[in-house]
Design a protein around this ligand. Structure first.
Ligand code: CNA
Length: 252
């Protein structure tokens, strides 16, 4: 399970970190309160702040970092059952983890839907507009086309239901860079069997690790890159990970 904290080393701010987090830097968007940027009622009245953020997140060509490639390495080794992410930056896909291994629980910018007639649109159709600060409109009914990012109160993608099968099968749960504050995602941390070790690598002690720890929980507090690099070192994978990163960087 991962969250915004795994993308801060790529330069993308998280939500809740004081000073650097997005919620503290949203004043420029003229919002009544920060969460409004992901609320349908506000969006239907003023979609501009969301599209400014979308442009920043999606068109700035951020690159995956060592955490994304560590997860990719887990996949390459046949050890990744599934990656549940709350992130909407798409960096898990860019790192080469196949879509079949991913559950993008809060949606992605890869597709979009008209907010009026519900006509689906491939994500790429809207970016020419977003790039020049134009609100994308449906070619059929002229309604605003919204990327398939899950807003507050909206249903999570169907794939999220895979957790019902995945979590009881896991024999280790890694939780990286998340405040575990957003439901229903946060509760997945309780969905593995009680005998299954859970490893949290995060700056803060969060969720059940703070209020309902289990005897097999392991917590590595501090910078997530440092924590993951330490884990990689203990696994003896440092060189392999460096080779993977170099190989992927050369592709770019
Ligand atoms: P959050 O609530 O902002 O929490 C982030 C957590 O990561 C906090 O506990 C931080 O202390 C921790 N953290 C941040 N940077 C580091 C670091 N370098 N080392 C160690 N810990 C770090 O973010 P969540 O993902 O938990 O909240 C869920 C929201 C955030 C989802 O709906 C996302 O869509 C949304 N979000 C996504 C992105 C993105 O896609 N990159 C960016 C900002 C927000």
């Amino acid at each position: 399970m991962v969250g915004a904290g795994i993308s801060t080393p790529s330069g993308i701010p998280d939500f809740r970190s004081p000073r650097s987090g997005l919620y503290s830097s949203l004043q420029q968007y003229d919002l009544p309160y920060p969460e409004a940027i992901f609320e349908l009622t506000f969006f239907s009245h003023n979609p501009k702040p969301f599209f400014t953020l979308a442009k920043e997140l999606y068109l700035r060509s951020y690159r995956p970092n060592v955490i994304h490639y560590f997860l990719r390495l887990l996949h390459d080794k046949g050890l990744l059952l599934r990656l549940y992410t709350q992130n909407i930056d798409g960096l898990e896909r860019v790192s080469g983890i196949p879509a079949s291994k991913l559950v993008e629980a809060h949606g992605s910018f890869a597709s979009a839907t008209c907010t009026v007639c519900r006509r689906p649109s491939p994500g790429k159709d809207i970016w020419a507009d977003v790039a020049v600060d134009r609100i994308p409109r449906c070619p059929v009914c002229t309604g605003v086309v919204k990327p398939d990012i899950v807003f507050f109160g909206e249903a999570l993608p169907q794939r999220f239901l895979m957790h019902v099968v995945d979590f009881p099968m896991a024999d280790l749960l890694l939780i990286l860079g998340t405040s575990l504050e957003v439901e229903p995602f946060a509760s997945l941390s309780e969905a593995v069997q009680s005998s299954v070790p859970r490893l949290l690598i995060n700056r803060d002690l969060v969720g059940p690790f703070a209020w309902h720890p289990r005897s097999r929980d392991v917590v590595q507090l501090g910078d997530v890159v440092h924590g993951v690099e330490r884990l990689v070192e203990l696994l003896g994978w440092t060189e392999e990970l460096q080779d993977l990163i170099q190989q992927e960087t050369e592709k770019v």
